[in-house]
Write a protein that binds this ligand. Structure first.
Ligand SMILES: Nc1ncnc2c1ncn2[C@@H]1O[C@H](COP(=O)(O)OP(=O)(O)OP(=O)(O)O)[C@@H](O)[C@H]1O
Length: 326
């Protein structure tokens, strides 16, 4: 049974970038999501659809030319709107403590000249206040939480395999025992076996009560770990669904989400024709309409609202024959 109260409530969040000449790039448009403790929500979508911008907004790490609207409420003893909180509050009380970041390319996230032990000592000291003789046992306990082997603690990042670098980064993300974990493409560049192990390890932290927002374009990893899925297209969430029916039967209801699954090699392996639109020059109406074989006149006029989990004027209601299937 999931707790009634969400840990994170994103409500009508938009992020746009001011560009030279007064132009705007609408990277995230009117996104609403909820995430509960002990739940994994996976945000999927093609490259450039706004997933990482959404994550940066939640962490207060947007560049200076970004403008935000809406709210992103983080529940807890001191409820907070992440979009309006000061940099001081975010740095002192949120990043690492209330939101742990499992980064993209962990090897690049770690400082090359420092050992894993040195990274962990600094983070444990900063986030837990543990010092002196208690520090080494605390570092080893932190490593163990992410299944990082203690006999590798004195290695530098370049001496680690991709999987161990990922575990080191996860160990760092878990030090502050943050109730919300944010994993941005944690499986990028890993081979399939390692993708599965990383997904399974992250899942263990969810089962231990953390809320996990995972951002990925890897649908196989998403299917392995997600409780719920949110599909983004051109900055908008176009479908939210429970993972079981989404990846199984009846399948996605938004034509884009359906085609995204059909593009997988283990499914119909049929690529989606065309390209996503430029976020600085979005078409009127549904941004997927130019690529959609179900589009009609209304689709090119009005942006469909997210209603009953799908933002489409003509959602799929029934199990449809897969594109490309005989
Ligand atoms: N500082 C910025 N100024 C202007 N546009 C930006 C800025 N940062 C990101 N964007 C634009 O926002 C859009 C969304 O980018 P984002 O990185 O969130 O996509 P993504 O879905 O995470 O893709 P990927 O999987 O490739 O990381 C892109 O079109 C990008 O060009």
């Amino acid at each position: 049974m999931k707790p009634a109260k969400p840990l994170l409530t994103v409500d009508g969040m938009s992020v746009r970038f001011r560009m030279p000449g007064g132009r705007y790039v609408a990277a995230v448009s009117d996104v609403s999501l909820t995430l509960h403790p002990g739940e994994c929500l996976v945000l999927v979508g093609e490259s450039g659809c706004g997933k990482s911008v959404l994550a940066s907004a939640l962490l207060g790490l947007l560049p200076g030319n970004a403008e935000t609207a809406g709210r992103a409420l983080l529940a807890g003893d001191a409820p907070l709107d992440l979009l309006t909180a000061s940099e001081r509050t975010l740095a002192r009380t949120v990043r690492g403590r209330r939101i742990g970041l499992v980064p993209q390319s962990p090897a690049a996230h770690l400082t090359p000249v420092r050992t894993v032990r040195s990274h962990l000592r600094e983070t444990v000291r900063a986030l837990t206040g543990v010092r002196g003789t208690a520090l080494d046992p605390a570092v080893e306990a932190a490593a163990a939480r992410a299944a990082f082997p203690t006999d590798h603690l004195d290695r530098h990042p370049h001496q680690l395999s991709g999987g161990l670098a990922q575990r080191a980064a996860t160990a760092l993300a878990l030090v502050g025992d943050a109730p919300l974990l944010l994993a941005d493409e944690p499986t990028t560049g890993l081979d399939r076996d390692l993708v599965e192990r990383t997904a399974d390890e992250l899942r263990r932290h969810v089962d231990a009560g953390h809320a996990l927002l995972m951002i990925t374009h890897d649908l196989a990893a998403a299917a392995r770990i997600a409780d719920r899925v949110a599909v983004m297209y051109a900055g908008r969430v176009v479908e939210t669904a429970d993972a079981g029916p989404f990846f199984g039967t009846p399948g996605p209801r938004h034509p884009y989400a359906r085609r995204l699954l059909d593009a997988l090699p283990e499914r119909a392996f049929t690529p989606i024709p065309g390209m996503p639109p430029e976020l600085g020059a979005l078409p009127e109406g549904c941004a997927f309409a130019p690529r959609c074989d179900r589009a009609e006149a209304a689709c090119t006029r009005t942006v469909p609202a997210l209603s009953a989990g799908v933002a489409c004027h003509h959602p799929l209601e029934e199990v449809q024959p897969r594109a490309g299937a005989a």
